[in-house]
Design a binder for this molecule. Sequence first.
Ligand code: SIN
Length: 517
Amino acid sequence: MSKTHREVDVAVVGAGAAGLYAALCAAREGAQVALVSAAPLAQTASYWAQGGLAAALASDDSMELHLKDTERAGRGAVRRSAAEILVREAPECVHDLQALGMRFDADRQGRLALGLEGGHSVRRVVHAGGSATGRRLLRALSALVVAEPRIAVLENTRARALWTENQPAYHEQSRPTNSEQSRPSHHEQNHPTNPGRCRGVACEDGRVLSARGVVLSTGGAAAMWARTTNPPGSQGVGLLLAQRAGAQLADLELLQFHPTAVIGVRGREGFLVTEAIRGEGATLHDAAGERFVDELAPRDEVSRAIQARLAQTGASSVGLDMRKIDPALFPNVVGALREAGLDPTRELVPVAPAAHYMMGGVVSDLQGRSTVPGLYAIGEASCTGLHGANRLASNSLSECFVWGRRAARAALDEPLPEPARAEELEALRALSPPPVAGEATRTALWQDAGIERSPEGLERLSNDEHPLARMIALCALERAESRGAHHRSDHPEPDPALEHRHVTLAASGLASWQTWV
Ligand code: SIN
């Protein structure tokens, strides 16, 4: 084995909550693991997570109720089999994290202090340090990963390409010359690609890892939108890597907008003010001081209500009144706002919706398997159908752990990859890495694939220079209805015929519809 080629059992790409936990779970099963992280450990998008883990742990809660809330928020598009797994296994994951030493916020009796967020009918969100859950989790998991001799951490290392059998020329969609070319006119087509097994991953620094299973945990793509709550790295890199390796993507039009991102405060543009603060009683007010929405309705509803009020009044933000909230409950939010010169205990916080979470991603099954053998996707990079058309708040961190564990175990059952040939490694090193969205693409996504979408805007976007922006436009054009986070001005209602239907994209770029249950 050369210095630049390493064999492991599992290669995990992305060191957010899902990736760290998957690496730990695989190592606990005795596997040799490589963890590839573009950033230093504990600086990924999960670090920013202010919510927590949704898990039915309270005495007035049940898995059935958690399932019901998940399905209600998901607007007729939740894959029930995935949601059943989540609600069943989320409590186990909380207990496992506690056994690993993670300390969640507790009440005076030592019972978990559960938070309330939009769309949840009872208190269900396990958190740490108030709204510092992501930070605390990532620190704890990163420390465990670093101390685990079976895990080799490749920090500041980017994945360039996935290494597949019969290494294909990239299937990147060629840039269409007009909208018709980018938009398939068919439904229900079996996509033609028959991808070869994934054998490993090539990194930008020239290293190649071969593995039984490669787990993508690269996060979402919300930073491709000009207004976002996400760190700049959330660029859908894993989606492009997977698609180029022959994997199906799905539901790219389903992008959740978080209702309360700070706007117009220098240095804090897009800063997320956690929904848990509304769970404690914070209220939203328009320019006239009126309340105009149930603040704890699911996110799609609250975001659209804010957007409509902004359009009516011409204002750029609404006010979040958290003056009655104990600042000690949310020290990092209050601290960050004060640093920016705004005191939320005395004045309203200017907020508006911002791109937050992609429900779509790499098509993955109940074990996290993509449509390419040996390739897995978990967390926000994946699309199991769990979140439907509108994710229930804090289900995503739970998903990271539930599917992190499932994928780690399943990946270990994959066969050992064939030995690498020198010329294959050279060819891999010559491939170009996935592109990053420039400002023009980010502005175009915000304008044309924002909270309200028109067919004209989407047609325009389908000619964008960025391949993922084009794929997002294509999926959004296919879904000629409004459902959850996807709102089409020309089709303002859901189409009952599209319940539980998902737009999938083959590596060739062809779209087709699938029903997931
Ligand atoms: C929030 O705390 O409002 C965000 C958490 C999430 O996206 O689930």
